[in-house]
Design a protein. Structure first.
Length: 536
């Protein structure tokens, strides 16, 4: 009853559109390192409808076939700040430091390297000069910890960032860091323990008897639905214009803060058990741990405790005990080294030389494991009904990779697969080539590496994707994601709390060549806006 008279409420701008209660929109990102065999990852068709058969035909993405009608294959994208031998496409700090700092920020790194040697000062300690997507998005759509709407003086809650395999990285090992909470290069470590995430969620579970109103909320009705009769009676009372405005603002606040209270019937121990989240959540190999984190992401979404969820695999994951491949002699063997070393084909992190036996088959096994893990996440999100669709339908669930080919380290032709339309914002059931709508764009040349048993040192770009292919900036796709979530910008086009305009800009540069001098040039977004061709 006191809520309409809190003066702070009047400081916020209305966020509700009428009285319609809609399901929350969410962003879930799955990040993997070291690229892939691109010519076995991308479907043959790069633009147009993609069916179950199209995914079944793919060596890597076959596990995604059951969800073909809910998938969006985003083609033609380049990530920013590509390392290269000559340094023309980005900074020369390191092939992994560059994307670690720039993939989700689109900002250059400091200090800037001037040499590619192992002694360069930016190889391990370079940091970006801007925030990453997870923090920008969460600041725009997550509720603040005090339950009030987000504003410049009341920032939103942090994203949920889960590091599968345990927290990696430190203040000096930034190749393993992808989440940056401010423009000062502050590392956001997130959480590496599934028990920590689970404990936070169980605090939201409701137990014991409930009254009629609480039960209605738990069944999916909003707080507004429960007090609608009272609101109608109050609206009919003769009152001053100021009081009417207070009542209107209070109604909008209830709509914004309450929404469709998904943290009701589905946010429960029963659901946790349905997802297999019982007993000890730690221990076991990486496959068990990864599946647990995936299920925690689903439960987090069902409880509506965080609308921005990022997960990443370990940078140097060792899958020797859990991932097998078919060797050249037809037998099944365990992968013999870590994912980083095998991505270089030679069994270590060097470039060029004698390929290890069955190098491509081992890389393919890792790629297929990642695909099966993403399919596991997508399938579990699609299990739960929400609104007129499923939990998956109300998210943009996106698999983004560190690079394209793990040996050439190129960032053009970036593999991006999205599941879910985020409440109808995105097209699904097709591939969209944002570069030129070409349905036969090159998938890259990954499988041409190790010809005659050798990985070529001087022509690694030749086994990636030609530098002129698939070069549209990832910045615009991030604008799509932010707009789909409901984020708003000010007149500059950048996301801000309390903004009123669509987001049209992300990062400092959207031309990877502008990164090469370390970011001394003024900010320059050459192609503002989102990719309208991705929208439904």
């Amino acid at each position: 009853m006191a809520a309409p008279f809190l003066p702070s409420i009047l400081e916020r701008e209305a966020k509700a559109q009428g009285m319609t209660v809609t399901a929350p929109k969410r962003l879930i990102v799955f990040f993997t390192y070291h690229g892939c065999l691109t010519d076995k990852w991308f479907p043959a068709k790069s633009h147009g409808a993609l069916t179950t058969a199209d995914y079944q035909a793919m060596t890597t993405l076959a596990p995604m076939a059951p969800f073909a009608n809910k998938l969006l294959m985003v083609r033609g994208i380049r990530s920013m700040n590509e390392w290269s031998f000559d340094g023309t496409l980005g900074q020369k700090n390191d092939p992994h430091t560059n994307p670690a700092g720039s993939t989700f920020t689109c900002f250059p790194l400091t200090p800037n390297s001037t040499t590619s040697s192992a002694t360069n000062p930016g190889k391990f300690d370079a940091k970006p000069t801007g925030r990453s997507l997870d923090h920008i998005a969460s600041g725009a759509v997550n509720k603040a910890t005090n339950g009030m709407p987000v504003s410049a003086s009341n920032p939103g809650a942090a994203p949920l960032f889960m590091q599968i395999g345990g927290v990696q990285g430190s203040t000096t090992m930034n190749q393993q860091v992808i989440s940056w909470s401010d423009d000062k290069g502050t590392i956001f470590a997130g959480v590496g323990s599934p028990t920590t995430v689970y404990s936070n969620l169980t605090n939201l579970f409701t137990t014991g008897p409930v009254n009629a109103d609480t039960y209605a909320v738990a069944r999916g009705k909003s707080v507004i639905d429960c007090v609608r009769d009272d609101l109608n009676r109050l609206s009919g009372i003769n009152m001053s214009g100021a009081d009417k405005q207070k009542l209107k603002t209070w109604t909008e606040l209830l709509h914004y803060v309450g929404g469709n209270v998904t943290g009701g019937a589905m946010c429960s121990m029963t659901t946790a058990q349905q997802l297999g989240l019982t007993g000890t959540l730690t221990g076991g190999n990486i496959t068990k741990t990864a599946n647990t984190f995936m299920d925690l992401a689903v439960l987090t979404a069902l409880c509506d405790s965080n609308r921005v969820i990022f997960m990443k695999m370990p940078a140097n994951g060792n899958f020797s005990s859990v991932v097998q491949y078919k060797a050249g002699d037809g037998t099944m063997k365990a992968i013999g080294t870590d994912a980083h070393s095998i991505s270089h084909r030679i069994g270590n992190a060097g470039m060029g030389g004698q390929c290890v036996a069955d190098a491509l088959a081992q890389i393919q096994a890792v790629d297929s494991y990642y695909a099966s893990l993403f399919a596991y996440l997508v399938g579990h999100l699609d299990m739960f009904s929400e609104g007129s669709g499923t939990l998956l339908d109300n998210t943009a669930t996106t698999w983004i990779q560190e690079m394209s080919d793990g040996n050439s380290h190129n960032l053009n032709n970036l593999p991006i697969l999205q599941a879910g339309s985020c409440g109808g914002y995105f097209k699904t059931g097709q591939a969209v080539n944002v570069e030129n709508a070409n349905a036969s764009m090159s998938p890259g040349n990954s499988s041409k590496d190790c010809a005659n048993g050798q990985s070529p040192f001087g022509s690694l770009d030749g086994v990636g994707t030609p530098a002129t292919t698939a070069t549209m900036p990832i910045n615009k796709y991030f604008c799509n994601l932010l707009n789909a979530l409901g984020a708003k910008a000010d007149a500059t086009g950048y996301t801000v709390p309390g903004g009123t305009m669509p987001v049209t800009k992300f990062g400092k540069y959207d031309d990877t060549k502008l990164f090469s001098d370390g970011g001394t040039a003024a900010a320059n977004i050459k192609s503002p806006g989102e990719y309208t061709e991705l929208k439904a």
